[in-house]
Design a protein around this ligand. Structure first.
Ligand code: PA5
Length: 426
């Protein structure tokens, strides 16, 4: 399994001895769990230390949910839903089969219309809920849960209890108390793993397994990544390479990174990545602003800005080497659309050519480039990729002397909303 990072500049030139020493210290801090924010470094060796009994439990629970439900509603926000959404979207086929269990997300936004429509949609289907909140006190998912819990109780009576699964902290939070009071089955978010680093815990695994995907393979990919990126070698460790390149670009006038893909299935990997890097790094007036585009559609939209607008952007392509199925352009008899020059070309090959053309054009336009390539989109490669980004994000944040694991800025809007809405105590 391999993730390659290709940079338009000269990577080796960036590796001064001062930087090498800083990277070595960061590596040590992460792996000996002594870096700033060490109490949240539990994700680093989580894949290799994951308990097989726990995995079996998740798989059994998912099997039970699949056999009793048409829909699993996952309620959560931020790190409590983006990881599972990213993996499920990346592995799903574009048009879902009727027989599949459908995973629907709620609580990531507040909308009466959304919840009303969702409840109507659920009405003739068998439903299970999984509410996920590490703190157990986040307002948006709590609001959604209040409505959906009431719906389940009205619809299933006493049986609702066995259709509600709670993923939260082991020791604290309102959701934990509620789950104990109601007798809901609980899964734990480990105390030493923060929300946006929690995709390989029950937070991500239960929804992913319920959607029908192989969590053993996902974890195996992460395990391979843990071993690979655990080795301190600035020449071959692609997580370190990515962190070094983006840090160099940031320090030389490029504070915005645009992640570009050619595959709609990766849209939520981009959303997960934006949350991971934005919430980890964007502090103390520092940090790269993470943005994303989907090509070709955005070549006819933001592409203009990227090519020609204010020069502050660098672009990181996320490319997948091989696709599960493809089409080849065929020779048309009358060539009315004048596309016969493409005959014999697969649509994947078209995207590869488009990547080359776009990268060259944007580079000429003053946008530095890097391309991250993975071999294919399956559980193992996605597990590997997500761990790669988590490790790169930790390095990247520490290079800026930022603690990657807190999010003090998120609290400000919360305090204000509590004041506006007169929450007791505010
Ligand atoms: O990464 C994080 O820690 C955050 O994005 C949280 O996941 C998000 O705020 C949701 O928090 P909670 O799971 O406590 O409801």
């Amino acid at each position: 399994m391999n993730i390659s990072v290709n940079y338009s500049g000269d990577y080796n030139q960036l590796l001064t001895s001062e930087l090498e020493s800083k990277l070595k210290a960061i590596h040590k801090g992460i792996h000996t769990k002594s870096a700033e924010g060490a109490e949240y470094l539990g994700w680093v060796d989580w894949p290799s230390t994951i308990n097989q009994e726990f995995l079996e439990d998740i798989k059994e629970t998912a099997k039970h949910i699949r056999s009793t439900s048409d829909v699993l509603v996952v309620i959560g926000i931020g790190g409590s839903y983006l990881g599972s959404k990213a993996v499920i979207e990346a592995l799903s086929t574009p048009f879902k089969k009727q027989t599949d269990l459908e995973v629907i997300f709620a609580g990531h936004l507040v909308s009466g219309e959304y919840l009303k429509e969702l409840i109507t949609y659920l009405d003739n289907k068998e439903v299970t809920l999984n509410i996920i909140s590490k703190s157990g006190t986040t307002t948006e998912p709590a609001i959604a849960f209040r409505f959906l819990q009431q719906y389940m109780e009205k619809r299933y009576g006493d049986q609702a209890t066995s259709r509600i699964f709670v993923t939260t902290d082991e020791e604290k939070g309102a959701l934990r108390s509620l789950a104990i009071e109601k007798g809901y089955r609980r899964f734990v978010v480990p105390g030493n793993i923060g929300g946006r680093y929690s995709v390989f815990t029950a937070v991500g695994l239960l929804p992913i397994a319920a959607a029908g995907y192989d969590i053993e393979k996902l974890i195996n990919g992460a395990k391979i990544a843990e071993q690979e990126f655990g080795v301190f070698d600035t020449k071959s460790n692609s997580a370190i390479q990515y962190a070094v390149i983006r840090n160099h670009l940031y320090n030389t006038g490029y504070p915005v990174e645009i992640m570009a893909t050619f595959d709609e299935k990766l849209t939520y990997v981009q959303e997960w990545w934006k949350q991971l890097f934005g919430e980890s790094e964007g502090k103390e007036g520092k940090g790269i602003f993470p943005a994303s585009v989907l090509y070709s559609t955005d070549l006819h939209s933001l592409g203009q800005y990227i090519q020609d607008g204010k020069r502050m952007l660098f672009e990181s392509f996320l490319m997948v080497k091989s696709v599960p199925s493809d089409l080849m352009v065929f020779e048309a008899e009358n060539n009315g659309d004048e596309l016969n020059y493409l005959s014999g070309l697969s649509l994947h090959e078209f995207n590869m050519a488009c990547h080359e053309a776009t990268a060259t054009a944007h580079l000429d336009g003053g946008v530095p480039q890097l391309t991250i390539t993975i071999e294919q989109l399956d559980e193992q490669h996605i597990g590997h990729l997500l761990y790669f980004y988590m490790m790169a994000c930790a390095f990247s944040s520490y290079l800026l002397d930022i603690n990657p694991f807190d999010q003090p800025g998120v609290e400000d809007y919360k305090t204000n909303i509590f004041k506006i809405l007169k929450k007791p105590g505010y």
